[in-house]
Design a protein around this ligand. Sequence first.
Ligand code: ZN
Length: 295
Amino acid sequence: MSTRLGLFVAIGLALGTAAASAQQAQAPLFATTQVEGTKNVYVFRYQNHQAMFVVTPAGVIVTDPISYGRPQAAEAYLAEVRKISQTPIKFLVYSHHHDDHIAGAKVFKAAGATIIGHKRTKERLTVRRNPDVLPVDQAVGDKHVIKLGGTTLELHYTGRNHSDSSLVMLLPEEKIIFAVDFNALGNVPARLAVNDSYPGEWEASLKRTLALGWERMIPGHPGPGGRLGTKKDMEQQLAFLTDLSAAVKKESDAGRCFTPAETELKLPQYSTMGGYEQNLPWVVHRYCGYWGRGI
Ligand SMILES: [Zn+2]
């Protein structure tokens, strides 16, 4: 999920003042940051999308080319990698099948990368055939381990959540995950985060992800102030979805789905979460579909 609007909403919520928002809006188009405390883990941000890459003596592992609607993003991404390492680009790992994260893989493919994705990503891309989204070369299932130049990157499928193809990328030594779109990091999930989502299974996936050995999470969209996520953030997301689901079920049982539940149901205990007012009706709508229609 992501929209320009989402960017400004997120920034506004994160910083809280118009002046700070204006300052943030002037932030560079893209930036590369080395993750604190690591020797070789980086975050590449382009506008409101970001991806992790890992540099090793034997080659580079990149993730999500994030070039949807802006082919120059992947070119900038590769150029940023090349400022740090001239070793081969060995792998490009897709986080999930949504265009806004994985369009634009051509430059990495041309640089020699093998494209890895979950088997559902491969199936979906094969059906849809968007020319901007390159197919998966190597499909993986529940777990796959990449070892390259002394670094281990584990790919975990923790079930259906925001999509049915999300891979959690875990660096076990560094205790870092790159997880995209299924944990909104302190925010109520936005409309585009719930459009293609799996209520019930989403919560189970969050529990499985929480059980993995990590301490910091790189999100696919910058967190408030650009910070990384924590298990506390993911626990909050799980609690929010669990409580919301129970509340919507009651509304559905009372015949109040989709209306008036969409506009009237509130969860005041979560009102301090980012995007609460504007995003809550969309999440209620999605869970109304689930409890009311089995969608
Ligand atoms: Zn997505």
